[in-house]
Every structure is written in C-alpha cells, then in structure tokens.
Design a protein around this ligand. Structure first.
Ligand SMILES: Nc1ncnc2c1ncn2[C@@H]1O[C@H](COP(=O)(O)OP(=O)(O)O)[C@@H](O)[C@H]1O
Ligand SMILES: [Mg+2]
Length: 259
C-alpha cells in the first residue's frame, strides 16, 4: 500500500450503546443475543470487539450500521439514535461480495453511483482505489484478483463513501496468514489518516491487540461485556512487544482460554 498523506476527511463518529439487548425468535422461541450492553467509543477511536463465536458480535455491528433495531436500549451515533443505514456508517464483511461482472473500478463506484454522485465525484473512486493500494487494477475483474486484493476492493467500496464510522466484521478472517499480517498494517494506516472511528470484530486476540486502542471482551451468548483492555502502545506495533504478550495472556484468560 502506498504511503498515505493526510487528506481532508470528516471527523470520526461518537458511538454509544445504552442498555442494548437484542433477542431473535428461533423456532418460535426467544433467543437472547445481546444482554444490556453499554459501550462508549470516542470519535476517532479504534476499538476491537473480541468474543466467542456466536456470542452476538455481528449482531452488534448490524445495529450500529442501522440494519436492525435493538429489542431494548439505545444505539446512538453522535448522540443521535441510529435511524437506519447510511453511507457515513459502513460495514465491511469477511466475504468481499463483489459483483463478478463489474470491474474493480465499477465495484468501488457502486456507492456513489447509487447516490447519483458518480458523475461529479468520480475522483473519489480513484482516491479509494489508491488508498487500498490497487492502482493499476482498475479494470480487473474479481476473478482476476487474489483474496487479499478482493478484500481491498471491498474496503475501497466502503471508503469511497468517506465514512465516519467503519464497522469491520472479521474483514481479514478468510485471508491467508501472510496477507492477513500485511493487511493489519494497512488497516492501521487507513485509520491513522484520521476522520474515522473504527470498530473491529475479530476472534483473533493478537489481531485485536495489534490494531486497537481498546479491546472489549464479550461473554458467550447472550453477549455481555466482561472486560476491557486498554492497549496503550504506539503504532506500528510488534507482536513480540512484552507488553502485548502480557495483554494477550490476560485476554486469553478473560476469554477462559488459558488458566
Ligand atoms: N436474524 C436472526 N434470527 C435469528 N437468530 C439470529 C439472527 N441473527 C443472528 N442470530 C443468532 O444470534 C447469535 C449471534 O450471532 P452473531 O451476532 O452472528 O454472532 P458472532 O458474530 O458473535 O459470531 C447466533 O446464535 C445466531 O444464530
Ligand atoms: Mg460474526
């Protein structure tokens, strides 16, 4: 990825969850998924959400993206209840879900196109492609990309909207370990440009500690916040930093994975 200059972007969003619970109906029976979650994230903060599979992490991100409404409690961005989906709050999934018949450029342009902004703001497509290091691949089709490149396209498709809240749902989960390591660094650099609040769901303790300023740990379903670790280390971080090694031990113990 290219070195990134600071570019003018909006300030990151403040996030607040107040007593948020979510229940689904499964075979006619209520399934509690989130249990009175309270969380505050400052504008521009990078927070990781760590918890066992199926505890409710994706459910929480969907609430913040405005794709679902909570059963109970309030989901607020900038002190205002989230009314529904909006390009300022974007969700990036594990699976890049690109349109196979569209080029990289046309995939990245989708958001602007849908909002009728493509004609006047086409330069934002170039910016987003450059930011994720895919310059020169504009006219490639998804089948011509590696897994890491496809995920970069998905990131660019999110960034083209100039979001103020980036919701990352295990975005590196399907990548091979080397690609994953390099993209962790890229995510940090994207966030360091400023203007973004980032919430990263992961089940990888190391990834959480390498990327986030704060790691929130959830219980098994229904998810409650059980602990919070502050990762007060400068970037770029190194896996063998003794402080991170200690935090890793702590996080694993909190997750009940180490005695
Ligand atoms: N729309 C839905 N209807 C019923 N159950 C759901 C729905 N969405 C998620 N769930 C259930 O909620 C639980 C938490 O899911 P999810 O948030 O995806 O977990 P995580 O992302 O932490 O692995 C799971 O048991 C899942 O089956
Ligand atoms: Mg999930």
């Amino acid at each position: 990825m290219v070195a990134l200059e600071k570019i003018e972007t909006a300030q990151g969003m403040a996030v607040r969850l107040e007593g948020v619970s979510q229940r689904f109906l499964l075979d006619g029976k209520p399934l509690p998924v989130l249990d009175h979650v309270n969380l505050d994230v400052a504008p521009g903060e990078f927070v990781a959400l760590l918890g066992p599979s199926g505890c409710g992490k994706s459910t929480l991100l969907r609430l913040l993206a405005g794709l679902d409404a909570p059963s109970e409690g309030e989901v607020l961005t900038d002190e205002t209840p989230v009314p529904g989906p909006d390009p300022s709050r974007v969700l990036v999934f594990q699976d890049p879900t690109l349109y196979p018949w569209r080029t990289v450029r046309a995939n990245v342009a989708l958001g602007l196109e849908a909002r009728g902004l493509l004609r006047t703001q086409a330069h934002r497509v170039d910016d987003a492609i450059r930011l994720v290091g895919l310059t020169g691949f504009d006219s490639a089709y998804p089948h011509q990309l590696s897994g890491g490149m496809a995920q970069r396209v998905a990131l660019a498709r999110a960034l083209v909207n100039d979001p103020r809240l980036l919701l990352l749902d295990e975005p590196l989960g399907k990548l091979d370990s080397l690609t994953r390591l390099s993209m962790q660094g890229e995510l940090v650099r994207l966030w360091q440009r400023g203007g973004l609040t980032a919430l990263l769901v992961t089940h990888d303790v190391e990834e959480a500690l390498i990327l986030a300023q704060r790691v929130i740990i959830f219980s098994p379903r229904p998810a409650r916040i059980t602990a919070e670790l502050v990762v007060d280390r400068p970037y770029p971080r190194h896996r063998d930093d003794p402080h991170l090694v200690e935090l890793r031990r702590e996080a694993l113990a909190l997750l009940g994975l180490q005695d």
